[in-house]
Write a protein that binds this ligand. Structure first.
Ligand code: AMP
Length: 226
């Protein structure tokens, strides 16, 4: 049966890494709004061109672009189930998602929240690296468990040897600050979306401490999954 999950956590909390493990357990599709945008930018699509400037500044891409893009993607995975990462990022997006799920007859099984202090999250963001071959290959220069490996004097993906790059918005302190302002905002931002779905009921809420080792975070999550 399709299992649907929302994954929340500030940028740098390990949400992508943990999300990949959870979606594998259920065979759900991993839907990352940020990754969809990056694909569009890479492919030079109209949507990518519109989204690029917002992403580089660390601002949210406007809802009229983001909401339909995400909802269309979810609809494609209705049978398989999905883990949604990076959306909703605001109270308005949470309300739009809730309404769309009800209309489509999709239920929400889990709300996963990884809690992490803002300063720690910032340090973590600056050290992460992206694998050119697979978005789900975690690499981070500051964590032994997922440290990239060296090949011909260059750091490459520890999983597949693929080329690594740092996201421009991960190296820009002002962009990081903006992304975190949005995340930790309990009035209209992402924390408001988290609280919206916690209060809505109907799904199991799993909140874990993201400051401990990756494996410990995984264990804390997995033991709460049915
Ligand atoms: P992420 O990979 O989740 O850090 O997303 C990278 C960037 O994509 C964000 O800083 C935003 O500019 C944009 N983005 C991703 N998800 C959303 C969303 N739900 N709403 C608006 N913009 C988004």
């Amino acid at each position: 049966m399709a299992v649907n999950i929302l994954a929340f956590g500030p940028n740098g909390s390990g949400k992508g890494t943990q999300g990949a493990i959870v979606k594998d357990k259920y065979g759900s599709a991993h839907i990352e709004s940020g990754a969809i945008f990056r694909e569009h930018i890479k492919g030079g699509t109209e949507l990518g061109k519109k989204a690029k400037e917002f992403i580089e500044r660390g601002d949210l891409v406007p809802d009229e672009i983001t909401i339909p893009m995400v909802l269309e993607t979810l609809a494609k995975y209705k049978e398989q189930g999905w883990l949604l990462d990076g959306f909703p990022r605001s109270k308005a997006q949470a309300e739009a998602l809730d309404a769309a799920l009800k209309e489509a007859g999709m239920k929400l099984d889990y709300v996963l929240e990884i809690e992490l202090d803002r300063e720690i999250a910032k340090e973590r963001i600056m050290g992460r690296r992206l694998c050119a071959n697979d978005n789900n290959h975690p690499n981070h220069i500051a964590f032994d468990a997922i440290k990239p490996v060296e090949k011909d004097g260059k750091l490459v993906c520890r999983v597949c040897g693929g080329e690594l790059s740092a996201r421009a918005d991960d190296q820009d302190e002002s962009a990081i600050g903006k992304r975190h302002d949005i995340y930790y905002d309990t009035e209209t931002g992402t924390m408001a979306a988290v609280n919206y779905f916690k209060a809505a009921g109907g799904s199991k809420v799993i909140s874990v401490d993201g400051s401990v080792a990756i494996k410990e975070v995984t264990d804390a999550i997995v033991k709460q999954l049915d």
